[in-house]
Design a protein around this ligand. Structure first.
Ligand code: 13P
Length: 250
């Protein structure tokens, strides 16, 4: 069974005191037992967030990391550094990293290897742009992102991989993919994994949806058969909204 996961990607938002306030508000809430809740603050606030949630089921994860173990890479953060502050899971291949920081499928394949070598879990993001969907190429784009970035990993590694389907045209735009569009693509992703690996792996991998998920639309999206959770941007910055989304799963 895939795990039900709701992860908040805070992106480049929240300084230290805003992080503390949001965490304080989140920790007051009761989290449904069958949902794994994750938050991804910026690098500078990971340690504080980890310390603050030590006694709490919220998992603190990272938004990105470098593919090398260490070295002369000014401004970058390694897997070892993340692990040393308690982080076990990293988001890789977010469309903002792909678009603004030139992260290619080849680079992401390396990052996935680094995460796995360090016994970390990864949330691997994929998603087509509006022009791909308009031209009808969205399935091919998704297939290529999976093939080139992820399908080199061993069968055993899949227990540490989650996928987030985030259509670029739905991120931060208020335009959500319809529950039907989400289900179709999640089903396609699962079938593609089943073909490349096996049905059991495909059945067990958590496939999250991301892109303008809000309290008002979460329930309908989460109700779809192949949706195992959400990767939430803007709405994760508000404790009430984030909790409403988490509870939409309950
Ligand atoms: P929004 O929920 O703000 O559209 O962002 C989604 C996202 O990019 C999560 O990684």
């Amino acid at each position: 069974m895939p795990k039900k996961i709701v992860a908040g990607n805070w992106k480049m938002n929240n300084d230290l005191s805003q992080t503390e306030t949001l965490l304080k508000d989140l920790k007051k809430q009761v989290i449904p037992e069958d949902v794994t809740v994750m938050i991804a603050p910026s690098f500078t606030n990971l340690f504080k967030a980890f310390e603050s949630t030590r006694e709490h089921p919220i998992q603190v994860i990272a938004q990105n990391m470098h593919q090398s173990q260490k070295g002369a890479f000014t401004g970058e953060v390694s897997a070892g550094m993340l692990k040393s502050v308690g982080v076990q899971t990293v988001i890789l291949g977010h469309s903002e990293r792909r678009a603004y920081f030139n992260e290619t499928d080849d680079l992401l394949a390396e990052k996935i290897n680094t995460a796995l070598e360090n016994n970390m879990q990864a949330i691997f993001c994929i998603g087509e742009e509006l022009r791909d969907r308009e031209s009808g190429d969205h399935y091919e784009v998704i297939q290529n992102q999976l093939k080139n970035g992820l399908f080199h990993v061993s069968n055993d590694s899949w227990s540490r991989i989650m996928i987030a389907y985030e259509p670029v045209w739905a991120i931060g735009t208020g335009e959500t993919a319809s529950p039907q569009q989400v289900q179709e693509m999640h089903h396609y992703i699962r079938e593609t994994i089943a073909k490349q690996y096996d049905r059991n792996i495909a059945k067990n991998v958590s496939i999250l949806y991301g892109g303008s998920v809000k309290p008002g639309n979460a329930k309908e999206i989460f109700a779809k058969k192949d949706v195992d959770g959400g990767l939430i941007g803007g709405a994760a910055l508000n404790a009430e909204d984030f909790m409403a989304i988490i509870n939409a799963f309950g």
